[in-house]
Design a protein around this ligand. Structure first.
Ligand SMILES: [Zn+2]
Length: 66
């Protein structure tokens, strides 16, 4: 399903992944990078999906739509 980035909130400092905070984009199995931001996404099923993401995702994925 296609999702759209609505908002990116960068944190003041990177946070290591833990059991309750992991990279929503890549999953813990494939991403061990520190988390750097909260992202709000929307898709056909919901207009408010909250993700926590690593710097790698911010560098490569976002296309923030208006
Ligand atoms: Zn990641």
């Amino acid at each position: 399903m296609k999702s759209k980035v609505r908002k990116i909130e960068r944190w003041d400092a990177p946070v290591p992944q833990r059991d309750d905070t992991l990279c929503s984009a890549h999953g813990k199995a494939s991403c061990s990078r520190d988390l750097v931001a909260t992202v709000i996404l929307s898709d056909a099923g919901s207009d408010h999906i909250k993700w926590t993401v690593c710097q790698h995702w911010l560098d490569h994925e976002p296309a923030v739509g208006e």
